[in-house]
Design a protein around this ligand. Structure first.
Ligand code: HEC
Ligand code: HEC
Ligand code: HEC
Length: 277
């Protein structure tokens, strides 16, 4: 077998998880995974094991392509060691690991028979892909993103502390009320709902600094230009002119922050909530 074919075939071993799917599974990660992620651990031990295994797996491929069987064997043994160590980290996941297959890969490399290596690599790679298909995304969403669960916001209208979801609902209702009153031509109520909306968005910005120490992240979504547009919206509303066109124009800019922030923070927050992480 030529070198090109071998590297192609071995590359295929790692593509197992990225085949076409009509459904994406997000299984709740097991409790003991908590031990290897913030806030319990800042070392990301589980993720580093993944990087190690993947690197050593590639080390086999790389060296066989260079016909360096000695080094290929070295990485096969390292891979086996890491695989076995990883299999002991999360007891709930014991069944996903097949240490025998890691051993068989070492033996296949020892045999210096490319077909044997391919077969053994594919069999082991399948155990990686099976777990990834079920858990890789959910683990990222549950552990790589901040939790909004403990975040409380003080509502500037009702002077009450509430969680993020409730606050969002109140802010959105002010926004909807503003639109409805405007369309009904009810200037006074539009002005009141609109001012409440503006106040709630202003107070929302204060929430960012509970986690963000760099102003840059906050400014990316709610920067100077954004805030001065919000000021303008407040002024137009309190002037009582009820200028629909102007208000809707300013609103469009004001709500741009909603989608931008949701693109970063909403999807993981919702998944975490489902998992109660
Ligand atoms: C921190 C950035 C951020 C900004 C800015 C933001 N949101 Fe949200 N929003 C979130 C997060 C996080 C959630 C999920 C909260 C949860 O469900 O616990 C959410 C949830 C929501 C929900 C669903 C509420 C629920 O729980 O059913 C609505 C509606 C909403 N936001 C509207 C808005 C609107 C309108 C704006 C802009 C005026 C806005 N959001 C701005 C972060 C943000
Ligand atoms: C029992 C489950 C499980 C098994 C078995 C498993 N993995 Fe993973 N792997 C995961 C999870 C969960 C993630 C996501 C971790 C994260 O992003 O924090 C992951 C992520 C990865 C990543 C991506 C890392 C990144 O930065 O996004 C690589 C590469 C990887 N695994 C390689 C392997 C290899 C190679 C094997 C087999 C030899 C393997 N994994 C076996 C669960 C598993
Ligand atoms: C519960 C904590 C928390 C809150 C509250 C929060 N963020 Fe974040 N945000 C994070 C973390 C953590 C990241 C990911 C940073 C990383 O991985 O480097 C992030 C990422 C971002 C990013 C993209 C990456 C970056 O750092 O620029 C933006 C933009 C952002 N947040 C804006 C906001 C804004 C605006 C608010 C307030 C309306 C907000 N965030 C509220 C924790 C939070």
């Amino acid at each position: 077998m030529g070198r090109k074919t071998l590297s192609l075939l071995l590359a295929g071993v790692f593509l197992g998880a990225s085949t076409l799917a009509s459904e994406v599974v997000l299984k709740k990660p097991p409790e003991s995974l908590d031990n290897y992620y913030p806030p319990k651990s800042k070392k990301w031990e589980f993720l580093s094991k993944m990087h190690a295994m993947s690197t050593y797996f590639y080390g086999i491929n790389l060296n066989i392509n260079n016909e360096d069987w000695k080094n290929a064997l070295r990485w096969a043994k390292e891979l086996k060691k890491e695989y076995v160590a990883t299999s002991k980290m999360v007891p709930e996941w014991k069944e996903y690991f097949k240490p025998k297959l890691a051993d068989e890969l070492v033996k296949a490399v020892e045999s210096k028979n490319v077909d044997n290596v391919l077969k053994a690599a594919q069999a082991l790679g399948k155990t990686c892909a099976e777990c990834h298909a079920e858990y890789q995304l959910s683990v990222k969403l549950a552990y790589h993103f901040p939790s909004f669960e403990s975040i409380k916001l003080e509502d500037p209208i009702e002077f009450m502390e509430m969680d993020t979801g409730k606050y969002m609902e109140k802010m959105t209702n002010s926004l909807k009320a503003l639109k409805i009153y405007l369309m009904q031509g009810d200037k006074d109520n539009a002005a009141q709902a609109g001012e409440e909306f503006v106040e709630r968005v202003r107070a929302l910005k204060g929430m960012c600094s509970k986690c963000h120490t760099s102003k840059l992240s906050v400014e990316a979504i709610m920067g100077k230009e954004y805030m001065s547009n919000l000021d303008k919206l407040g002024e137009v509303l309190s002037s009582g002119s009820g200028d629909k066109g102007k208000v809707f124009g300013l609103l469009q800019k004001a709500t741009s922050a909603c989608m931008k922030c949701h693109n970063v923070h909403l999807v993981p927050a919702v998944v975490q909530e489902k998992f109660e992480k």
